[in-house]
Design a binder for this molecule. Structure first.
Ligand SMILES: [Zn+2]
Length: 151
């Protein structure tokens, strides 16, 4: 039996990002919220961009968002990703008001649009490491189902 060796890059959690990674391992997306001005921020970092407070708490995000932008990756930036090519990376506007970059789990020829709803999924990459991803929240381009009066 061949041992399955994880050959991709792995994150190196810091004290600031550890709750984020632990949350993903539990299937939850946790975001930092400033405990002084209540601004949500992502990626995890020690200081609030708005009021420069170090006080923070963690909130659980809904996992719902909309596509802000995307790119299709054809070139491996690391050998561990070569067998995944091509794949789509999406920047998502989360309901909580922050943006997040992750893999979109959909065929690369899927028709995408800015504003298209997506939802978070988590993928167990290896023991102790769960990665965030997104899937389309609604079926992509169903020509048989007219939208609500829009043309
Ligand atoms: Zn703040």
């Amino acid at each position: 039996m061949t041992e399955n060796i994880y050959s991709k890059l792995v994150p190196e959690p810091t004290p600031d990002s550890m709750p984020y990674w632990k949350g993903l391992n539990e299937g939850r997306l946790l975001l930092q919220e400033c405990a002084r001005c209540w601004r949500v921020r992502h990626y995890p970092r020690p200081v609030c961009d708005a009021c420069h407070s170090f006080e923070t708490r963690w909130i659980e995000a809904s996992g719902q968002g909309a596509i802000h932008s995307w790119t299709i990756t054809h070139h491996p930036f690391h050998d561990g990703y070569r067998s995944d090519l091509p794949y789509t990376l999406v920047t998502v506007d989360l309901e909580e008001g922050v943006r997040m970059l992750a893999r979109l789990h959909a065929p690369v020829d899927t028709r995408l649009d800015i504003g298209m709803p997506v939802r978070l999924v988590v993928e167990r990459a290896k023991p102790g490491l769960t990665l965030p991803g997104f899937v389309l929240a609604a079926p992509a381009t169903d020509m048989s189902a007219p939208s609500s009066g829009e043309r």
